[in-house]
Unconditional design. Structure first.
Length: 234
């Protein structure tokens, strides 16, 4: 741990007030960015995506339930895997407590993976998650929303991740997509984010950002090399 200078309370308060001014400027900039995000144009979703989950087969519109907005976590879980991505799990661990609050603001939530539902259902039970989690194995949803690529696409450099041509994490990648449904039942894609854009959805990371060591990842071979599934920590 880096040990900054030790000072008296008044000197600390002066430094804290200087930081507070920067924090307030950041909050105002974040509010402006949020407003810009909320005014993005929409794209109508005409594909008849069908997903398999605990409730059987459901369309994208049915994932909304009786809400008009839907957040989808693109969870990295490939066919044949025995466990899901530990980084996606780091985010997923934080979703269940939010569900009632999201529902109160007209928002539904679901995770979507490209693996068959029977592949990841035991893992979901093991993790204790209650949020809806469905499979896109029977459709092109994961590919269309830029989180799944074929080996041929990767070999040809025909990938497009985080809005960058040729970028990918492999055949599967993490992301969040947002959809809206109008009164006639039409569904629209309103937003997606990937890579570091997902940071804003991870409360644990924001808590780590408050402490002196921060995320403490600078000397690791990869930023999340320390991370484990929540039932694998000692």
């Amino acid at each position: 741990m880096n040990h900054p200078e030790v000072v008296d309370r008044q000197t600390w308060l002066a430094a804290r007030l200087e930081l507070l001014a920067a924090e307030k400027a950041f909050s105002r900039a974040r509010d402006a960015l949020t407003r810009q995000r909320q005014t993005l144009p929409w794209v109508r979703v005409d594909e008849n995506y069908q997903f398999e989950g605990a409730a059987g087969n459901q369309s994208l519109a049915e994932l909304f339930g009786n809400r008009s907005q839907l957040i989808v976590q693109h969870y990295m879980y490939a066919p044949g895997w025995q466990e899901g991505c530990k980084s996606c799990a780091f985010w997923a661990d934080q979703f269940d407590p939010a569900l009632p609050h999201l529902a109160a603001r007209d928002v539904a939530f679901a995770a979507v993976s490209q693996a068959p539902y029977t592949d990841f259902a035991p893992f979901k039970k093991r993790m204790g998650w209650q949020f809806p989690w469905v499979s896109s194995a029977a459709n092109s949803f994961s590919n269309d929303y830029l989180v799944c690529y074929s080996p041929d696409q990767i070999a040809a450099g025909d990938t497009f991740y985080n809005y960058t041509r040729g970028m990918h994490y492999g055949e599967h990648a993490p992301g969040i997509s947002v959809f809206a449904k109008d009164g006639d039942g039409a569904v629209y894609h309103t937003y997606s984010c990937y890579a570091r854009g997902l940071d804003m959805l991870n409360g644990a990371y924001h808590l780590l950002d408050l402490v002196p060591k921060g995320r403490d990842e600078a000397d690791l071979p990869a930023s999340m090399a320390w991370l484990k599934l929540h039932d694998q920590y000692e």
